[in-house]
Design a protein around this ligand. Structure first.
Ligand SMILES: [Zn+2]
Length: 475
């Protein structure tokens, strides 16, 4: 029997704010000592009074708009009741039946198709603290308690673990583009729950799903969903159809999912409206303003780079992957008017350094203007492509000096002077009768040798294309 996988995601992303969701504690505890950024509100003391962080709401609206969601005029917060040691309030403040936004979608242009995933909703909530289990007990850190989160829930539109990974990466890019979240997986700013079920191909029915909790990297997301799909197919083939929804965990170490509990339903949480936080009216003017201010998003950029600039899909994908990189690329193109070379120079030589050193494009010395100048030096025939990408670029990257200055100082300018090239060619032809005879006898390879000799004669500075033409003409 052939099966089809049905995958839906819940994505939790930390909203990029200075302070927490309902109090004034710092929202940046990376590397901080435990329990430094806490107060009675985020510690859940009795009688605490939460106050909504306006920036969190605004960034939530911006993220929702970037995911093509609509923003109802009113939304409210609700208590989601559950006990866990990292949640001293005994409830989480979330949004239940009137979320901040609903009904969006994300499209990702792939080489041969468009991946479209519908977004059910994006709502806001506060995060729990962090529990660390050590040998003799457990440690609690409430620095993370009260951190503003957005939860993005998708429809079960994904059909493979690869698509789940592709979609999740796209959401990360979108959130970063609009500045709603840094979405740094390494810092735990973005994590996924994935619901996975299977069904015989051709059926419309949905079977009970397994929800994989707390996946904290794209790699885990892909591996865990792939594992779970195969596990369910094996069970089905053994005649054991899943009976009810379950919640499972994922072990990166064993590369396996493991059973946690029967899946809890929303009734189990006894949601009720949060009495300490007023319902919100989301101003239409603000929504319209944010909509207008949205940048061109990654998928549109990708499509435009392919259709208008003629870039291959891979180049377009890499260059649109990060807003700063895309802006850098666009600036280089606007200066040198050569999109293909700009893509090639950035994607090969510059990206190699950025990836190795894990830095962003605005944290290195080669400005867009310098990059454009380097490309112009190649296009005008002053230096060869190899010299540009090698010696000149490396020096630019190291010192921040302009390519023209480097070419001048190191004497790298190609000689395009016809007289000088002809003179050198004649000399080489006279001195090498053997290879010359070979060329005349039709041995193409021998011409490479002669070009090499001329280049040597001219200390590597001759324009190789011109040398090639001159030798052919002379012979
Ligand atoms: Zn606090």
């Amino acid at each position: 029997m052939e099966f089809e996988a049905i995958i839906g995601l819940e994505i939790h992303a930390q909203i990029a704010t200075d302070t927490k969701m309902f109090c004034r504690c710092s929202n940046d505890s990376f590397g901080a000592s435990p329990n430094i950024n806490t107060c009675p509100v985020c510690m859940g003391f009795p009688g605490q009074l939460p106050v909504i962080n306006k920036t969190a709401i605004e960034k939530g609206v911006v993220a929702a708009l970037a995911l093509n969601c609509s923003i109802p005029e009113y939304c409210k917060f609700d208590r989601k009741n559950y006990f866990y040691p990292d949640n001293p309030k005994g409830f989480q403040i979330s949004q239940f039946d009137e979320p901040l936004s609903v009904k969006g979608f994300v499209e990702v242009e792939l080489p041969e198709r468009t991946l479209k995933v519908r977004i059910t909703r994006l709502h806001l909530e506060d995060d729990a603290g962090k529990l660390t289990h050590v040998r003799n007990g457990s440690l609690l850190d409430f620095n993370r308690a009260g951190t503003p989160l957005m939860e993005i829930v998708t429809e079960p539109d994904l059909r493979s673990s690869e698509d789940a990974g592709t979609f999740a990466r796209e959401v990360q890019k979108i959130l970063r583009y609009v500045g709603a979240s840094e979405a740094d997986m390494e810092k735990g700013m973005m994590r996924f729950d994935a619901s996975v079920s299977i069904r015989p191909k051709g059926e419309d029915k949905l079977y009970p799903r397994a929800e994989i909790k707390n996946l904290n990297s794209f790699k885990s997301l892909e591996a865990a969903t792939a594992y779970e799909i195969q596990r369910q197919i094996d069970l089905w083939n053994e005649g054991k159809k899943p009976e009810g929804p379950t919640t499972v965990g994922w072990s990166d170490e064993k590369q396996q999912t493991y059973f946690l509990r029967e899946k809890e339903e929303s009734d189990d949480y006894r949601y009720f409206p949060e009495p300490d936080v007023p319902p919100l009216h989301i101003d239409r003017k603000m929504v319209e303003k944010f909509k207008k201010e949205l940048p061109e998003l990654p998928n549109l950029k990708r499509k435009r780079y392919m259709s208008e600039l003629g870039l291959p899909h891979d180049d377009a994908r890499i260059l649109s992957g990060d807003l700063k990189l895309a802006q850098y690329f666009e600036e280089v193109v606007s200066l040198c008017k050569d999109a293909k070379k700009a893509a090639s120079f950035i994607n090969t030589i510059l990206m190699k350094h950025l990836n190795e050193e894990l830095i962003s494009v605005d944290r290195q010395k080669v400005t867009a203007k310098m990059m454009a100048e380097l490309i112009e030096l190649v296009n005008s025939g002053d230096i060869s492509n190899n010299t540009a990408k090698g010696e000149v670029f490396e020096e630019m990257y190291k010192t921040g000096k302009s390519p023209k200055a480097i070419v001048e100082k190191k004497g790298l300018k190609q000689v395009s002077d016809m007289g000088a090239i002809e003179k050198a060619c004649k000399k080489v032809i006279e001195a090498n009768p053997g290879p010359v005879a070979d060329v005349k006898a039709g041995k193409e390879k021998a011409i490479g040798f002669l070009i090499g000799m001329v280049m040597k004669e001219m200390k590597g500075q001759a324009n190789p294309q011109m040398v090639n033409e001159v030798i052919k003409k002379l012979l």
